[in-house]
Design a protein around this ligand. Structure first.
Ligand SMILES: Cc1ncc(COP(=O)(O)O)c(C=O)c1O
Length: 389
């Protein structure tokens, strides 16, 4: 069966909440994927910042194989060594021994968990950012600051105030002694890789502390080394109250975590929250293997260097307005609203990217992507930009 056959079957069998994909991917190794027509691509999007070590990474494959052969699922009535080991790793990565972890499967779910956790402060008000993306379930959609995604589903949760991302004055005006939590992405991913001013997170932290509000860092897209740091906020020197991670955490398997830091970790009591699959032995095995591999191979240092190299070479391409982001979460802002055209031209040449908004191409490839493949991408982008000019 070819791409076209799969597209037909998709429309006949799947709901129409997504546009029908014209490409069906059937296999992958590292950062190379192959579609049903046999065409090869360099995967510059990594399942949108999710395939942290690319496809079929040997360390992940062998950890998953070993685990699925041994024990597949245990429920929350029992414990499993992998869930404990991964929680230990995440607690260590926060640098705060008091931190505690709740496991789920998706970004939306751990942001829901954060909303519930914040209710345990006895407050209900939330401050979130315009343009943000936190998920599409009713609670996480209420946090998401994009009207186009919300409008058909109102009424959403009450008492959520959206303020301009990066504008500390507006945030300070909205945060008060009735605010339960403030949620912010260290870099807004879905909005087009938007980086806030340098002191923004620090000043948000101060405003939250002064008013007794929880500061929730949504590191779903920026987490697990994506920005050259474990969660994406560390450069600011702050200590958040909650960190949510998903996407890269499972190295391609569905896994998410809410990490409650400091005394916030004591807010949930038995019976307050739960998830059947959360902390599943197989998904946590994948995650442990991936994180250990990232640490052993000093991948965070590589991500930082990749950003430096890519941004300097991409910035000089005619038609590119600016390069935003950190590590391997990169927004290539174009001078004109031609992101969709550029995305399709790159696809033709064998590169998968995403048009995050009309003038921004987003790339978020595997963190272990070889330099050679990054260089091939830059060359292709140069050609495409010169063609469309
Ligand atoms: C910052 C952020 N938060 C939350 C989510 C929602 O995650 P999921 O699609 O796993 O529910 C996303 C997804 O793109 C995201 O980028």
């Amino acid at each position: 069966m070819k791409n076209k056959d799969f597209a037909d079957l998709w429309s006949q069998n799947l709901m129409s909440n997504y546009a029908v994909p014209s490409i069906t991917l059937v296999k992958g190794k590292g950062s190379i994927v192959v579609d049903a027509d046999g065409k090869k691509y360099i995967d510059m999007l990594g399942g949108i910042a999710t395939n942290i070590l690319g496809h079929s990474h040997p360390a992940v494959v062998s950890a998953v194989n070993r685990q699925i052969k041994r024990l597949s699922h245990v429920s929350n009535f029992y414990s499993h060594p992998n869930a404990i080991e991964l929680a230990q790793i995440l607690v260590r990565l926060t640098g705060d021994k008091q931190s505690r972890v709740f496991f789920a499967q998706s970004g939306a779910e751990v942001n829901e968990a954060a909303i519930k956790l914040s209710r345990k402060t006895g407050r209900t008000r939330i401050v979130a950012m315009t343009g943000s993306f936190h998920g599409r379930t009713m609670g996480s959609l209420s946090l998401t600051g994009q009207n186009s995604k919300r409008v058909a589903f109102t009424p959403l949760l009450k008492n959520i105030k959206h303020v301009a991302f990066g504008d500390i004055k507006k945030a300070k005006r909205a945060i008060n002694s009735r605010t339960a939590m403030v949620i912010v992405e260290p870099i807004m991913g879905e909005a087009g890789v938007i980086v806030p001013p340098l002191n923004y997170l620090k000043e948000l932290r101060e405003a939250c502390t002064n008013n007794g509000a929880l500061l929730v860092i949504d590191a779903v897209q920026t987490g697990i080394g994506r920005t050259g740091q474990w969660f994406g906020y560390e450069y600011s020197g702050i200590k958040p109250d909650v960190i949510t991670v998903a996407k890269g955490l499972g190295a391609g398997l569905p896994l998410a975590a809410m990490i409650a830091v400091g005394k916030t970790s004591q807010l949930f009591e038995p019976g307050d929250h739960g998830s059947t699959f959360g902390g599943n032995p197989v998904t946590t095995a994948a995650s442990i293997a991936a994180i250990k591999w990232i640490e052993k191979n000093k991948i965070l240092i590589k991500s930082k260097a990749d950003f430096k190299n890519l941004s300097s070479s991409i910035n000089s391409i005619p038609g590119v307005f600016e390069v935003r982001g950190a590590g391997l979460l990169i927004g290539i802002a174009l001078e004109r609203n031609i992101a969709s055209e550029v995305m399709h031209a790159l696809q033709e040449k064998g590169f998968l990217v995403n048009a995050a908004n009309p003038n921004t191409i987003r790339i978020a490839p595997a963190l272990n992507i070889p330099r050679k493949e990054l260089n091939q991408f830059v060359k292709a982008l140069k050609e495409v930009m010169s063609d469309v000019h």
